[in-house]
Design a protein around this ligand. Structure first.
Ligand code: BES
Ligand code: MN
Ligand code: ZN
Length: 461
């Protein structure tokens, strides 16, 4: 889909907006929409009008924007995505958006269009309908282009997280990382991972025939003002291991590498945005599979920092892989570390599919990440990291267990991870509920959402 600026309204569908209690910019629309059918311009309402040759465009799509003084970038993204949905329904290929607005909402508009134009139809004989071209009369190309880069990053992430686990293996993630332009990538093989002392990560992957890969990508432009590491949970399939999941919980577990997919999407967008920063993208990729060589409940693992972990449950594997990835990131001497992970069902129980959980060891950094998420259109909520959550992780024979009480699971996972964070500001983002939708929600179809991409890109920028 091409997204451009154009003043020419000679098109298939002219999309215009209407604020509640106001008229639209098109006389024709005002006559029909307002006077005859009582369309009120309530937020999200749409009205389609055939112009029958009275103006250059064949159809007008009016889209309700609610009250003018309540309008914002978030609403812009939503209404453009609604309009695109409608354009799909009528099988339109081209549209011009002529919005009566003075602010440059180009970034939100382009992003809304790209989110709504997304489909995962690689394996369908009948392909989804897509728009070929949309144009905006009011916004700048610069803002539209930025929205497009964000939108492409989200598409990249969604495609990868939607890809079945039979294809999106650890080796595949490594190959993708190695092909990202403008990024230096080093992939560590199993023997090297052993040498680095990543006993927790290795244990999780040891049951699978697909070998683990430890991926380190680096983006840097000339003189970076700040150095940040972003770590994505990369469990390419989470069966639970020997503590196997019930069928219904396992069904969507190809998405357990959504954090990794997010990091890859962000890394491939960085060289297009060129921020003055150094970013390390880190993924400990493996599969959690039961077999004769699997790790077992009761095993004691030694992480890269020397701490020992008694395996209480093989399904709490993400924190084991992240433990070693966090140790590795801290040794890089970066200023900040962010990890993003489909970590706990408990986070999903607490916040549903609506909001992402956020924790960390530095209130100021947590606040900055949360503010960025909010203005990126991604809802998040801070969860506590009281030291008492560690009580249930105490082990009689090792430094800690990987799980404990059934209650407060998201926070328990947070304090577990903190054991592997040393001398660095750190934020942990739990996307278990928000990474993958079983049914459509807002501008998203079911499947992977690409959550985190917008927040991380805006944060790094
Ligand atoms: N990948 C899951 C968490 C998850 C659950 C993500 C639902 C998305 C949707 C994670 O590895 C897991 O299995 N966590 C367990 C931990 C438990 C054994 C302490 C969980 O949350 O049930
Ligand atoms: Mn698990
Ligand atoms: Zn998992």
């Amino acid at each position: 889909m091409e997204i451009k600026v154009s003043q020419c309204v000679d098109t298939e569908v002219l999309v215009i907006n209407m604020f509640e209690g106001e008229k639209t910019s098109q006389e024709l629309a005002n006559t029909y929409v307002l006077e005859k059918d009582g369309f009120e311009g309530k937020f999200g309402q749409t009205y389609l009008l055939h112009t029958l040759g009275q103006i250059a465009a064949a159809k007008i799509l009016v889209i309700g924007c609610g009250k003018r003084d309540e309008f914002n970038a978030d609403k812009m993204r939503t209404i453009v995505s609604k309009a695109v949905r409608k354009l799909h329904q009528i099988r339109a290929k081209k549209a011009v958006f002529d919005f009566d607005l003075n602010e440059d909402y180009g970034k939100s508009a382009a992003l809304g269009a790209m989110i709504a134009d997304y489909a995962y139809d690689k394996f369908k004989s009948e392909k989804a309908h897509h728009l070929d071209e949309i144009a905006f009369t009011k916004f700048s190309q610069e803002q539209l282009d930025e929205g497009r880069i964000f939108g492409e990053a989200m598409k990249f992430t969604r495609d990868l997280a939607n890809t079945p686990a039979q294809i999106a293996t650890p080796s595949k993630l490594a190959e993708i990382a190695q092909n990202i332009e403008g990024v230096e990538t080093k992939v560590f093989e199993k023997e090297e991972i052993e040498k680095m002392g990543m006993g927790a990560f290795l244990a999780v992957g040891q049951g699978s025939v697909n070998p683990p890969k430890f991926i380190h990508m680096k983006y840097s432009n000339g003189n970076p003002k700040k150095r940040i590491a972003i770590i994505g949970k990369g469990i390419c399939f989470d069966s639970g291991g020997l503590d196997i999941k019930p069928a219904s919980s396992m069904l969507t577990m190809k998405d357990d590498m959504s954090g990794a997919a997010c990091v890859l999407g962000v890394m491939q967008a960085l060289s297009k945005l060129n921020p003055e920063i150094e970013v390390h993208g880190i993924i400990a990729a493996c599969e959690n599979i039961p077999s004769g060589s699997s790790y077992k409940p009761g095993d004691i693992l030694t992480a890269k920092n020397g701490k020992t972990i008694e395996v209480d449950n093989t399904d709490a594997e993400g924190r084991l892989t992240l433990a070693d990835a966090l140790c590795y990131a801290c040794e890089l001497g970066v200023d900040e570390v962010i990890d993003i992970a489909t970590l706990t069902g408990a986070c999903m129980v607490a916040l549903g599919t609506i909001a992402t959980g956020v924790m960390g060891n530095d209130e100021d950094m947590i606040k900055r990440v949360m503010e960025t998420a909010e203005h990126s259109g991604e809802k998040c909520w801070q969860l506590p990291m009281f030291k008492e959550y560690f009580n249930s992780l105490k082990s009689d024979i090792a430094d800690m267990k990987n799980t404990g009480s059934r209650y407060g699971g998201a926070s328990a996972a947070g304090v577990f991870l903190q054991e592997f964070v040393k001398d660095v500001k750190w934020v942990h983002i739990d996307i278990a509920g928000t990474a993958y939708l079983e049914k459509p929600q807002n501008e998203f179809i079911s499947g992977a959402t690409g959550v985190g991409v917008r927040t991380l890109l805006n944060y790094l920028k």
